[in-house]
Ligand binder design. Structure first.
Ligand code: ADP
Ligand code: MG
Length: 236
């Protein structure tokens, strides 16, 4: 079969600059970022610690307000946009963080259900059913009533993936999702994200330092000192 023709741009960044702090303490952390990611693409963003990767992801996800340039998420401009636009953007993105951020007082299934809470359109029963379904996809159907503390690192990260994917987001932003995992769990988690993304047709932008998982990407981009730089993957 022919590869699918990609028509829509999921993330479009033009001349994006970002500063932290004010006055004399002001520091520029992103410099003239230009980047376009198509719907359905899996892109890995890599680069040294402190180079601005998390900042860029948090701007894309509507967790932080972009200041200068253009940043469009699913054709919605976020620079200079009202708060409601950032909120819409947050709803169309699923996040997976390194420190999985599960609620320790909630069970596995309750944590997964949280991924639908922000949508506000589902009854508790519907949320429960959808959570059970996605947890079985990530292989945790036997663990739905456990608390996070009794799970392994890989299992916790799979709960975080279930929570991010339960709402079928168009875009997944994952910030070092395998950093806390051993080699095999890291690989499993990423393969699972890739599989679910292909099934749901969503776009993934993943920050990672993990050389062992680079092969899942359609494209690898590299950041250094707040700038996207051209990089030959074979060069290192
Ligand atoms: P990375 O994710 O690539 O490690 P970050 O985006 O976290 O990089 O950080 C980029 C730079 O911005 C670093 O110099 C960091 O110290 C600085 N920084 C990050 N967050 C803040 C913040 N909330 N306030 C001020 N400086 C920040
Ligand atoms: Mg970071």
């Amino acid at each position: 079969m022919q590869t699918k023709i990609r028509t829509q741009t999921a993330i479009a960044v033009e001349n994006l600059n970002h500063y932290f702090g004010k006055g004399e303490l002001q520091k520029q952390v992103l410099f003239d970022i230009n980047l376009s990611i198509d719907c359905g693409e899996i892109v890995i963003l890599t680069g040294p610690s402190g180079s601005g990767k998390t900042t860029l992801l948090s701007l894309m996800g509507g967790l932080r307000s972009p200041q200068f340039g253009n940043l469009k998420i699913l054709d919605r401009e976020l620079v200079g946009a009202p708060k409601t636009t950032a909120l819409q953007s947050r709803r169309s993105c699923g996040y997976i963080f390194q420190a999985h951020n599960l609620h320790s007082s909630l069970t596995v299934i309750e944590n997964a259900m949280m991924g639908l809470e922000v949508q506000g359109t589902y009854s508790r029963l519907e949320r429960y059913d959808r959570a059970r379904e996605i947890l079985s996809v990530v292989g945790l159907e036997q663990r739905i009533n456990y608390y996070p503390e009794s799970l392994s690192g890989g299992q916790k990260q799979r709960v975080a993936i279930a929570r991010a994917l339960i709402s079928h987001p168009k875009i997944i932003l994952a910030d070092e999702p395998t950093a806390a995992l051993d080699k095999q769990s890291g690989r499993e988690v990423v393969t699972l994200m890739q599989k679910l993304a292909k099934e749901q047709g969503c776009t993934i932008l993943m920050v990672t330092h993990d050389n062992r998982i680079l092969d899942v990407a359609d494209r690898i981009i590299y950041m250094e000192d707040g700038k996207l730089v051209a990089k030959n993957p074979e060069a290192r």
